[in-house]
Design a protein around this ligand. Structure first.
Ligand code: F0G
Length: 483
């Protein structure tokens, strides 16, 4: 029985990934189908626990920290200054932040962290207040968990499907935001907007939507924050999709975007084009510092306690050089054009095989719509088809991430019931500067074969960790055919 479950993934393909992107070359080792079955069983079919060396077909688990460094970045790394205080690269990075985001060092406080979530932790713990709500167009899972960990509610105000702009499906629901802010019984410390909206399908947010959200925040005297992980990709979409924006440079659009916010958190592992790094930036005089006058100092204390001296903030001098160089590349239209077109071509390759995806495609990933994928099969949401599909793809050396019924669902051990999120996606996130369309075609072919055979895809039964927080990182599964 076990063999027949895994045999569904044991098919021949016409395409294959490029050799040099392949772990076979990197690790001088080859892996058989059976090796992968054994490793996947050992990992409890949890993609996070599966050895990356076996992913010769494409590791699309995350676009975070997985970039290949450019030659310019590798060279800059050699100039990394590993001084304990005020390393040379720190000043370069501050200058680059000014150029990239259009902000002035005199007006902004910069806190470096080793990654985005530690910047979020610092911010949310500073403003922690029971019974308060932090709205967003879509909080990422760790952002959500950091808000909840600081005793607050993370509320996603997705756009209504009826009136969403199809080019900017990541927009925050302005009407819902105004209803929330105008209710004086509710406590809303800050308002967040994530660019691009990862949880909502990697979808961009329009400049018009950012302007409106920030104007509402001004009206109700609320600080407006950005989760700016993929700010450059978002600006590229604004330039190419928003009316009257095509003649402006990506850089100008980025400057306008950041001119509306009082602060932002950023994981530099995405559009910083680096393998590590994060930051929190706060405007020194803003509605935020008015409301939290001690924050600038106490966040600095927190940073010193957990990350080290403020001028390196958990990063090596080499990391800092890599980020300063990466931010230079990421805003170029040459880089962004080829990046976004790879994602689009991959998306088209999947849809040409009939695979249901979220369209239009976003900037960093293609999201397979799991509810539609299994719509004509016996699998229901509680059978976690997205987990089962990603489990079988491991056997072809491909890793995708379920961001749906399992990752964002919640199990109540008392009622034994699952509460499901709005979206049920399997995400194929493309690492930057690493893959070509030939690699992506192999992934599309394998997903396509499993789509043809979708009636044979087993259920994924969580056998450990179903009731845990952040359960997708910890759970173990068994695969089982439905009767
Ligand atoms: N915000 C967004 C929108 C993110 O996508 C992520 C990370 C974070 C914050 C946290 O940043 O990883 O540096 O601590 N997203 C990764 C992903 C993990 O795969 O989408 P971090």
């Amino acid at each position: 029985m076990k063999d027949s479950i895994t045999s569904i993934a044991n098919f021949q393909t016409k395409t294959s990934p490029r050799a040099y992107a392949n772990s076979v070359v990197r690790f001088h080792h080859s892996f058989s189908f059976e090796d992968r079955v054994r490793a996947a069983e050992k990992a409890g079919w949890n993609v996070f626990q599966f050895p990356s060396a076996m992913l010769t077909g494409g590791d699309l688990l995350s676009d975070s920290g997985t970039t290949s460094l450019t030659l310019e970045q590798l060279s800059a790394m050699l100039l990394g200054d590993e001084a304990y205080g005020s390393n040379w690269g720190y000043f370069k990075l501050l200058e680059r932040f000014e150029e990239t985001f259009g902000i002035s060092q005199n007006e902004w406080e910069v806190y470096l962290f080793h990654q985005g979530r530690s910047a979020e932790f610092a911010l949310f713990n500073e403003i922690s207040d029971k019974n308060s709500i932090i709205p967003s167009n879509g909080h990422f899972d760790t952002t959500h968990a950091n808000i909840v960990g600081a005793q607050m509610e993370a509320r996603n105000l997705y756009s209504n499907p009826e009136d969403v702009d199809p080019n900017f499906k990541g927009n925050i629901n302005i009407q819902a935001l105004e209803e929330l802010l105008s209710n004086s019984d509710l406590n809303v410390p800050i308002v967040y907007t994530t660019i691009t909206n990862n949880t909502g399908g990697g979808q961009p947010v329009s400049l018009e939507n950012i302007r409106k959200a920030s104007a509402l925040c001004k009206k109700y005297k609320k600080p407006f924050f950005l989760d700016a992980c993929r700010f450059a990709e978002n600006a590229w979409f604004i330039k190419n999709r928003e009316p009257n924006e095509k003649d402006r440079s990506v850089q100008e659009i980025i400057h306008e975007t950041f001119s509306y916010c009082d602060g932002f958190t950023i994981s530099l592992k995405k559009d910083g084009l680096s393998n590590m790094g994060g930051a929190l930036l706060l405007k020194k005089e803003s509605s935020f510092t008015e409301k939290y006058p001690k924050a600038l100092n106490s966040i600095r204390d927190h940073q010193i306690l957990v990350e080290g001296h403020p001028t390196y903030g958990g990063l090596t001098g080499r990391d800092i050089m890599v980020i300063a160089e990466g931010l230079k590349t990421v805003v170029t239209e040459e880089y962004l054009g080829s990046r976004i077109s790879l994602v689009q071509q991959f998306g088209e390759s999947l849809t040409s095989k009939g695979i249901p995806t979220l369209e239009p495609f976003g900037g960093h990933a293609v999201y397979i719509d799991i509810d539609k994928f299994f719509a004509d099969t016996k699998l229901k949401r509680e059978d976690f088809g997205g987990i089962a599909l990603s489990a079988l793809l491991l056997l072809k050396g491909i890793r995708l991430a379920e961001l749906g019924a399992f990752a964002f669902g919640v199990f109540d051990p008392k009622t034994k019931k699952e509460t499901f999120p709005k979206h049920n996606f399997l995400r194929a996130a493309i690492p930057r500067n690493k893959y070509e369309i030939s690699d992506m075609n192999y992934v599309a072919e394998c997903v396509g074969k499993l789509y043809e055979d979708r009636h044979k895809i087993p259920k994924a039964i969580p056998v450990y960790g179903r009731e845990l927080s952040l359960r997708h990182f910890k759970a173990r599964f068994e695969l089982e055919y439905s009767a």
